[in-house]
Design a protein around this ligand. Structure first.
Ligand code: NAD
Length: 475
């Protein structure tokens, strides 16, 4: 079997070991073997990036924009093939995989435009005969560390602004899904991005990931809260900037005046699609008492017809869980919920399909309280809880009573409550009559409290993390 190598200093380099990339829909299917980069390989990637990055930062904005536009074009042209690869290694459905590749393409296209749009400003000095210029410069070499659940979109939304604003990049994708990142690296390698400006180093967090922190001028990380905190702490002695996008325990509030069908769609899509493996997934569904029973019955009805199956099979709505470890974690939280006194309105089952995979049907808990572990800790699987509350005020209180603050939704026909919720919920994203997941590519993304650290990602706000500001005075 071919071993996919790391891209270091513009060359494809063999590793010290290999990672086997397994299809979660069919564990007999090995997607590929991917080379592991050692700490020495990571150091070499940064050394090459330091040299090449200077030329990239000094290149014309047109040259940088052209390269990003070319990457976007190839991603779009190959969306079906790459979306299939993504679904095969990650387990989301093929349409979701294709959608994610398109999202990555749109991000590159957006930042191709930003490359020629961003700039500084000239302001009047408070002193006579003095000019003041504020300009933006590249930060240097950015280390990127990404998770498995969006294996092409998350690398894209970090790589595109980093390159657009003249930085060099060393990317370490998740060891669980290196295939999509490798395919993206191969496209970038042929795009006109100067050799050495972009490196791909694959491997585990403790080995390859940790080495990134020792060399980077800035680190952008997406992953779990525990890893994020460890990275922030490891980076602190070097005083480098860190952006960390982490987990969530996202509330979806359903009020008595909600349109029932909208509420059910928001809950089912937001909690269970993509196997609940989204940082924005609604895992706490907070429902006022009058609509509670009708809502819970309608969600249970809808879940009864959800098709859980092989990610590449037409008709599958929910693919498998990513791997055995995550499956064990999901099952253990289902036991924890029961032991805490929650009722299983819909009982998730381990399912057998034609191929051996990590199939688990959705679990909907009811009669839960916000103090239960299932409502405080991120599970990251097809498991959601309903919390019954008296009224809107209690719903808002419960929504905010969490260590996280990523995405919060409300389903209501009351403009007053929708507006109040948007203004008072403690989260980086709010959704009215929409599922808590499903976002645009051209606007900022990120959370508050334990969900995020550092400036926002994406859209025009990305420039804050990926540039240094210089204020120049001329007499
Ligand atoms: P994870 O924290 O286990 O791993 C994320 C990345 O960090 C991987 O590349 C991993 O190899 C690396 N890593 C692990 N330990 C490291 C260390 N000590 N030093 C450096 N790197 C290290 O997360 P995961 O399981 O891949 O992803 C799921 C998590 O990601 C969930 O918590 C989810 O909510 C979160 N997530 C957040 C967002 C967001 O934008 N807020 C988006 C997607 C996923």
């Amino acid at each position: 079997m071919e071993i996919y190598r790391n891209l270091i200093g513009g060359e494809w380099v063999a590793g010290t070991d290999v990672i086997r990339n397994i299809n979660p829909s069919d564990t007999n299917d090995v997607v590929g073997e991917y080379a592991v980069a050692s700490a020495k390989d990571v150091a070499a990637a940064f050394a090459a990036a330091r040299v090449a990055g200077k030329a990239w930062g000094a290149a014309t904005t047109q040259a940088r924009a052209d390269a990003l536009f070319k990457i976007a074009g190839e991603l779009l042209d190959r969306r079906e093939e790459l979306g299939t690869l993504l679904a095969r290694e990650e387990g989301k459905t093929r349409p979701e995989g294709i959608g994610e590749v398109m999202r990555a393409a749109q991000v590159f296209r957006f930042f191709a435009g930003e490359t020629v749009r961003y700039g500084g400003e000239k302001v009047a000095s408070v002193r006579p005969g003095v000019d003041v210029d504020i300009s933006r410069e590249p930060v240097g070499v950015i280390g990127l560390i990404t998770p498995w659940n969006f294996p092409i979109a998350i690398p894209a939304w970090k790589i595109a602004p980093a390159l657009a604003f003249g930085n060099a990049v060393v990317l370490k994708p998740s060891e669980i899904t290196p295939g999509s990142a490798w395919a993206l690296a191969e496209i970038i390698h042929r795009s006109g991005v100067l050799p050495g400006v972009f490196s791909l180093v694959m491997g585990t967090g403790p080995e390859t990931g940790r080495a990134i922190i020792a060399h980077a001028d800035a680190v952008s990380f997406t992953g779990s809260a525990a890893t994020g905190a460890a990275i922030v702490q490891a980076a602190a002695p070097r005083l480098i900037r860190v952006q960390a996008e982490m987990g969530g325990k996202n509330p979806l509030v359903v009020l008595d005046d909600a349109d029932l069908s909208t509420a059910v769609t928001c809950a089912v899509d937001g909690s269970f699609f993509q196997t609940g493996q989204r940082c924005t997934a609604s895992s706490r569904i907070i429902v006022t008492q009058e609509i509670h029973d009708r809502f819970v019955d309608a969600v249970a009805d809808r879940l009864a017809s959800i098709v859980v199956g092989h990610a590449l099979e037409a008709g599958t709505q929910v693919g498998p869980v990513i791997d055995q470890r995550q499956l064990d974690k999901d099952l253990s939280y289902i036991d924890i919920g029961e032991s805490e006194g929650a009722k299983k309105k819909v009982a998730g089952q381990r399912l057998n399909r034609d191929t051996p995979g990590f199939y688990l049907s959705p679990t909907l808990f009811t009669e839960t309280t916000n103090t239960m572990r299932i409502n405080r800790e991120e599970i990251f699987g097809p498991v959601a809880s309903v919390i019954r509350v008296k009224d809107y005020e209690e719903a808002l209180h419960v929504a905010n009573d969490t260590a996280y603050g990523l995405s919060a939704g409300i389903v209501t026909t009351s403009q007053k409550h929708a507006k109040h919720f948007q203004a008072n919920v403690e989260s980086g994203l709010t959704m009215v009559n929409l599922a808590t997941a499903g976002l645009d590519y051209h606007v900022p993304f990120g959370g508050r409290k334990g969900s995020s650290y550092g400036p926002r990602e994406q859209g025009r706000y990305a420039v804050e993390f990926y540039t240094e500001v210089k204020t120049s005075y001329v007499g």
